[in-house]
Write a protein of this length. Sequence first.
Length: 424
Amino acid sequence: MAQALGLEQFLCGQGVDPQVISWFQKSQNMRSLADFAAFFTRDDCGLQSKGGFRDRDIVGQVEPFRSNMSKPQARIQISRLRTSWETVQKMQLDGSKETTTVALEGLENIGYFELENGFKWSKCARLPDGNVIFTPFNHPSILIFKPETKTWEMVGNFQGDCKWSGCAVVPTGKVVFVPQYASTILIFDYGTKSWEEVPGKVVFVPQYASTILIFDYGTKSWEEVPVDPVWQEPTDPRAKAQPKFSDCVALPDGRVLFVPYYHSSIVLFDPTTKTWEEVGKFEGSAKWNGCKMLPDGRVVFIPFASSSILLFDSRSKSWEMVGNFPGSFKWSGSELLPDGRLLFAPLKNSSALLFSPDDKSWEEVGNFGDGMKWNGCKLLPDGRVVFVPFDSPSIVVFDPQNRTWQSRPHGKMGSSAHHSGPRV
């Protein structure tokens, strides 16, 4: 059943700072989403006729922006206010008689996480006890999320930005974090909440690096395999460098598949012979951001700037493009659900995507607004999925089984709207 969504809950869900919300409620006597929409539509509040904020006018009016926030923080909050206002406007245009009631079936926001420069955590992994560990990207701490109690624990204080881009739980129970700009591999002992930083890199696909690295976890030694020099040449002559691949997956035959990001082909790398094979020719930049292997051995590529999902069969070296999804930075991270479908976590796309590899159909679920939201997801033992906050202020726990959405022409924030893809 739908639950009433008040102004405070709605704005918190959009990532608006609590002190900004409190200022609106107290100084502007703002009590409902209708009040919020009316305030930002007034001519004297800094909204242009074309529907865009005049940022300096908003800063001048909202007291927390002047006294309690740095300029970067204020800019982030203004962006979130703008997105909130646009969402409410869409709700009203959709013909909603009551904009304070929104269906929130199957979706739960937990916590409020703010970071001045954004992009908090990247990927995550499920721990043996059912908890979920988040990889610190710009955030200084590892986050351990406990879905049963809806609580979390912050561990460590790691300085720097863009540190680690993913993690994996090894058989010993330790967690290995993949370095992006960090100069070390981080090996975290969940049992003792201690860690060790190992110089070098794990066996991971090169992004800007000129080598593939093969890391031996047992001996903590590694080997660098130089890539083809042609790979280092940017397709854009104005660029000094470009990221080649976004992710990788180990294939059943022992080779490793590299997912093309800016690189023009899929690479199948053999770590035994240290040779590779390039398959296909794919134009464009930031094409796919990650992949997931299916039980039948096929690999699904997650569309980032590419307009299509790519289904790749490594045995026949054939592929199929599915769907036509506009926009960039759409989804980041996926999980294979018990029913065989894949769930894609929305990064900049307004909806999550449920994709069925068997009949190549899909549906877009929910409307979570614009902006960078979640980067990665992890399936829990009970079938729910945790979305990892990237620039969203909240962890999201999504239940794909208990959602009760109905089809509508246009989705609403947190509503049951979804759009289905054709069966191919």
